[in-house]
Write a protein that binds this ligand. Structure first.
Ligand SMILES: C[S@@+](CC[C@H](N)C(=O)[O-])C[C@H]1O[C@@H](n2cnc3c(N)ncnc32)[C@H](O)[C@@H]1O
Length: 444
């Protein structure tokens, strides 16, 4: 017979989990997300379950399953590696009419766990009708395809969407349950929707390096304001009716351009649209993201921020340069060199950086690399200090030039290196060389 699909609302309701191994480790976080009151019985548990128990998020009794453990439970999950114990849990649950799932025997279960996923406010669950013999990978593959379709906007009713009906009142999910308004931390403060703005960090350029949440919100936007260094290939996936504004091409000076961007964000939001501001890297790392947040709030427009993978760390990593490495660098400094050392607008303490042994990650430095190298040498860095210049990091056109502090300016000129590029100064650059050599051996 076909299973009857339900969404269990487990908030505050007791769930018994018998077993503390790999299966329980997979099930418990999802049960906790649903607000379940979990009693876990198992003589031993995995480290992640132990962490949850120590944090007081689940109650763990370090013993085997006992008759009576199912009492008061709405759902029982029999996840031990002993079929006899799982059968005993199932029998007790059946006896008292509690739903139960046996991890080892779908045919002997009263309920089945679907392959599930989330895209914004939509929860997707997929069950193979013949779950006894069906391949769970098949359900998981369908789940992945549906979730990816919703997230990218290829399927209607994606993240936060209501399938074209009335917009939801703020604070209410599509299923009528209250939405968690303040999830704590960044990104969840204002639910996205009509009349709001999301400032989204797009990562360093590779479209695979935007966050899941960033991609979800992008798929939901009515208007997208995009930067030159944002992962533009993602724009191809948007619905045809989404308005895309390329703010990298605004014909004003820097300050005017920013004012114009702020005004555009506000005016589209006030017109009732959901506005996504897609930026390169992280919006708050030399990205003027906070200026845009302030502009929205000053205009009374609700705004949220999605952190991004910053190029300051990801671009070195894409060239195998770790910004820290045990015994090599205990600190790293991220510096914007949009104005050179000595410029009256510069607030960077080059003397301190020259005297430190930490890694320097320099952004917007290519055109001013000579002045930077001179300053670092003047304040004590060795002329042999390794330097890596990585242009177009994470993109198909990525190139890396390795040099030393003494030679880097002439090499950058000779090689015609163009922005965007990250300059890494410090001994961590040598770690990349070691990795590259071993990599050659492994892949030979
Ligand atoms: C205005 S800053 C923006 C930084 C961005 N908010 C972030 O967190 O990555 C622009 C600079 O970031 C660096 N950058 C950004 N993307 C890069 C990439 N794909 N490859 C190399 N450098 C990059 C370059 O130094 C560029 O000049």
């Amino acid at each position: 017979m076909d299973p009857y699909l339900l969404g269990l609302r487990l908030g505050g309701r007791r769930v018994l989990v018998a077993g503390g191994g790999a299966v329980a480790s997979r099930r418990v976080p999802a049960l906790l997300d649903a607000g379940a009151d979990i009693l876990l019985v198992s003589p031993e548990v995995t480290a992640s379950l132990q962490d949850l128990a120590e944090a007081g998020r689940i109650r763990w009794e370090a013993r085997g399953y006992r008759t009576g453990d199912c009492a008061g439970a709405w759902l029982a999950c029999a996840c031990t590696d002993d079929p006899a114990v799982n059968a005993a849990v199932a029998a007790a649950a059946e006896e008292q009419r509690t739903w139960y799932v046996r991890a080892d025997d779908a045919g002997a279960s009263a309920a089945w766990t679907p392959a599930s996923g989330r895209a914004g406010d939509v929860r997707v669950g997929v069950l193979s009708v013949d779950s006894e013999r069906g391949d769970p990978r098949h359900s998981a593959a369908i789940r992945d395809a549906v979730v990816a379709g919703l997230r990218s906007g290829r399927l209607p009713g994606g993240p936060g969407g209501t399938g074209g009906g009335e917009p939801l009142p703020r604070g209410v999910r599509g299923d009528g349950s209250p939405r968690e308004e303040a999830r704590g931390g960044l990104g969840g403060i204002v639910p996205p929707g009509a009349g709001t703005v999301a400032i989204i960090g797009g990562g360093p350029g590779d479209p695979g390096l935007i966050t899941v949440r960033g991609r979800q919100l992008l798929a939901e936007a009515d208007v997208v304001l995009t930067d030159r260094l944002a992962p533009r290939s993602l724009l191809d996936e948007l619905r045809d009716d989404v308005e895309i504004i390329d703010v990298g091409k605004i014909p004003y000076g820097r300050a005017m351009a920013q004012e114009h961007i702020n005004a555009t964000l506000v005016s589209h939001a006030r017109a009732g649209r959901f506005v996504a501001r897609l930026k390169g890297g992280d919006p708050f790392v030399f990205g003027r993201g906070a200026e845009e947040v302030l502009a929205c709030l000053r205009a009374g427009v609700p705004v949220t921020v999605v952190p991004g993978v910053t190029s300051a760390v990801a671009v070195p990593a894409s060239a195998w340069v770790p910004v820290t490495h045990r015994g090599v660098a205990q600190e790293f400094h991220v510096v914007s060199v949009h104005v050179p050392p000595g410029d009256e607008r510069s607030t960077v303490n080059w003397e301190l950086l020259g005297g430190s042994s930490g890694t320097l990650v320099l952004l917007m430095a290519v055109e001013r690399i000579g002045a930077v190298a001179d300053e670092l040498l003047r304040y004590g860095r060795s002329p042999d200090t390794p330097v890596s210049v990585i242009a177009d990091g994470t993109l198909p056109t990525q190139r890396t030039i390795n040099s030393t502090l003494e030679r880097v300016e002439s090499l950058v000129t000779e090689e015609g290196v163009r922005p965007p590029a990250i300059v890494v100064v410090g001994d961590v650059v040598s770690v990349a060389a070691e990795i590259a050599e071993l990599m050659r051996d492994v892949t030979a």
